[in-house]
Design a protein around this ligand. Structure first.
Ligand code: FES
Length: 106
């Protein structure tokens, strides 16, 4: 599946992602800048914040309580499409997923 990251400067990067990997890992492996992921994916740092395009929100499982709490403390504004990318698992269904990198992570 291909995931498109819209970077802070407005440029976009389309990345071939592996099923089962997290969206955060996909970004890091592809050197997409702007996802810090300080905790390495254990849902405790909130520095892997992304804005998911509205068209894809319904394809994602809802944020659990832990993610939801962390999203309240993200450095950039929390919006309806805000998610922690380490909690999003790539699957064939998500082909074409588009996300925007927030202005700051911390
Ligand atoms: Fe730390 Fe996602 S990488 S919460």
């Amino acid at each position: 599946p291909v995931i498109t990251f819209i970077q802070k400067d407005g440029s976009s990067r389309a990345v071939e992602a592996k099923n089962g990997a997290s969206v955060m890992e996909t970004a890091i492996h592809a050197n997409v800048r702007g996802i810090d992921a300080e905790c390495g994916g254990s849902c405790s740092c909130a520095t892997c914040h992304v804005y998911v395009d509205d068209a894809f929100l319904h394809l994602l499982p809802e944020a659990d309580e832990m993610e939801n709490e962390l999203l309240d403390g993200v450095a950039s504004e929390r919006r309806p499409g805000s998610r922690l990318s380490c909690q999003l698992t790539v699957s064939a269904q998500l082909d074409g997923l588009t996300l925007r990198i927030p202005e700051m992570q911390a």
